[in-house]
Ligand binder design. Structure first.
Ligand code: G16
Length: 556
């Protein structure tokens, strides 16, 4: 058993952070998320305890990010970052949930139980190992209070930590991987903000060689942490006059935390299918929107007839795949590098068809959540994964990296292709979706192809679609299978959805509980806009019916 003074330190550290009466915490799509003032400090404290155990177990530095990403300003949340910069291993989500739901007076005991279970084999050595944690947060007003609760937990268990202050989520993922790969053949970079900007800027300059970006790009930063970080990166990037990029920054007000994600940002643009009201974009101007912690991005433009067009995560994925497949071919490596795409059920059916039939690349479908897509993408030599909402990146396997870096070019064309692939490996943040790195990569590819946003849009035609958010009595009732494409509960709901879908040309629809918001999401697509909207509405009605509060008289 553990030293009683340690257990007492844990119990006394958490005293200011009790569970509000009746609250039950659930681990969602990307960690814990909720209104910040409803007991999130309790959760954050317990995440600190778990991170310390994880760090000892893996003998590595673990990251903790305080953010609620795309959610409203009054929300907050916490995500854990594993040693290679990926999301917390899923088998640990259960431990996180148990600790979060433990009452204050039992916390020391619960920590001891977990240590005995998780560190059982190696208990003596692991107990003595130091735990190392790095911390980052976005610009939400509740951030400092939550970091205080987190540090109280880390102090109680004697973990060492570095608080980086404001970071984008992908910057924290980058730091974790840099720290854990230092002085190894897989060294990822220098674990400082400057190191992050320099790595990206150097790769960008290399890959821009012989290419030039037309016009400028307007970046809406959702009034989140991406704004100041993008401004910082600009100091390292060549301007358009120097053969670089002209970026115009919009919505970078972090002094008023209440405007975060408000009428702006990637989620607004994707779900409302329109530009943020503050946008003054002229026809055909390239625009993009980040979310609150800069881990997603969507592009859009308005054509000369004033019609809005969205270029979402599916489009960024296909753009990247087109480029990488072409470079692999020019480098003479097509046979050696297996390129594949990973999507979720939200991917537009037309994008999947384009990838499979035109690009002739395999597509894998996983449930929502970067944690699922990332692992599926890692099975390819070059795995491109994006959610339609703009969250994604590209993974190069160790084998692919070795081949790209070691192949000797036989002519200048091959050299250019190999250099472009090699620089892509560094430009793309392979730890997790990174809006800023994704934009730079997309801009390079557009420059390489000489494409306007309209050319990009015309690579295939999206099926009209609609995403609806339905509030229900208990979203936990909605359980799915088949990568979230079918409901297995509530009984009978899926049959009704199937009947509705069969009435529409090219109709497809599904409903699933959100893991970041208290709602069920309904997606529908069909041959025409009118049909997609009608189908979404009818499926939403089915969800409302099955999700209604039970009749208090016990009748259904
Ligand atoms: C998080 C996850 C994404 C997911 C999104 C929405 O994004 O990292 O993978 O697509 O939530 O999930 P759900 O539909 O379950 O609410 P973010 O940007 O909020 O961290």
């Amino acid at each position: 058993s553990l030293d009683p003074t340690l257990l007492e330190a844990i119990n006394s550290g958490i005293r200011p952070y009790p569970i509000p009466s009746g609250r039950v915490y659930g681990y969602g799509t990307a960690g814990f998320r909720m209104k910040a003032n409803l007991g999130l400090d309790h959760v954050v404290y317990t995440v600190g305890l778990l991170a310390a155990i994880r760090s000892k177990k893996r003998n590595a530095t673990i990251g903790i990010m305080i953010t609620a990403s795309h959610n409203p300003a009054e929300d907050n949340g916490v995500k854990l970052v594993d040693p290679m910069g990926d999301m917390l291993e899923q088998s640990w989500e259960g431990y996180a949930t148990v600790l979060a739901n433990t009452a204050n007076e039992d916390m020391g005991k619960a920590y001891e139980t977990l240590v005995n279970e998780i560190l059982v084999d190696e208990i003596r050595q692991l107990q003595d190992r130091p735990a190392n944690i790095v911390i980052g947060r976005d610009t939400r007003a509740s951030g400092p209070t939550l970091v205080k609760a987190l540090k109280a937990a880390l102090d109680a268990v004697g973990a060492k930590y570095t608080d980086y202050g404001y970071l984008t989520t992908p910057q924290l993922h980058y730091m974790v991987r840099c720290i854990n790969t230092q002085n190894t053949p897989y060294a990822f970079g220098e674990a400082t903000e400057e190191g992050y900007y320099k790595k990206m800027a150097t790769a960008f300059k290399t890959i821009m060689h012989g290419r030039s970006i037309k016009g400028h790009v307007v970046i809406d930063c959702a009034n989140g942490v991406g704004g100041p970080k993008l401004q910082e990166l600009l100091k390292y990037l060549p301007t358009s006059k120097e053969g670089g990029i002209d970026i115009k920054v919009l919505n970078d007000d972090v002094l008023r935390p209440e405007v975060l994600n408000l009428d702006c940002g990637a989620d607004f643009v994707k779900t409302r299918q329109k530009a943020p009201p503050g946008s003054k974009a002229t026809p055909n101007e390239r625009c993009c929107s980040l979310d609150g912690d800069a881990d997603r991005v969507v592009y859009y433009f308005t054509d000369s007839n004033g019609v809005f067009h969205l270029l979402d995560g599916d489009r960024i994925a296909t753009l990247g795949a087109v480029f990488l497949a072409e470079m692999a071919e020019k480098a003479g490596l097509s046979d050696k590098l297996k390129i594949g795409l990973v999507q979720t059920a939200y991917a537009n059916g037309a994008s999947t068809e384009y990838v499979e039939k035109v690009l002739k690349l395999p597509v894998v479908v996983t449930p929502t959540g970067v944690k699922h897509l990332h692992h599926a993408a890692a099975r390819f030599d070059i795995g491109v994964y994006f959610e339609a909402n703009g969250h994604g990146t590209i993974l190069f396997s160790d084998n692919a990296t070795k081949i790209i870096r070691e192949t000797q070019p036989k002519n200048p064309g091959q050299k250019h292709a190999l250099d472009s692939l090699s620089a892509s490996i560094d430009l793309i943040n392979q730890t997790v979706g990174d809006a800023i790195s994704d934009i730079l990569f997309a801009e390079v590819v557009l420059a390489h192809k000489g494409w306007t946003p309209e050319n990009w849009l015309n690579t295939y035609i999206d099926l009209p679609n609609r995403l609806v958010r339905v509030e229900v009595h208990d979203r936990g009732l909605f359980k799915t299978e088949d990568a979230e494409r079918k409901l297995v509960s509530p009984k009978g709901a899926q049959e009704e959805i199937n009947r509705l879908v069969s009435n529409y040309t090219k109709g497809r629809s599904f409903a699933r509980a959100s893991g970041t918001e208290d709602a069920v999401r309904v997606y529908a697509e069909a041959y025409s806009k009118h049909e997609a909207e009608a189908l979404a509405k009818h499926v939403a009605d089915v969800v409302k019916k099955y999700g209604a509060a039970p009749d208090p008289r016990g009748q259904s």
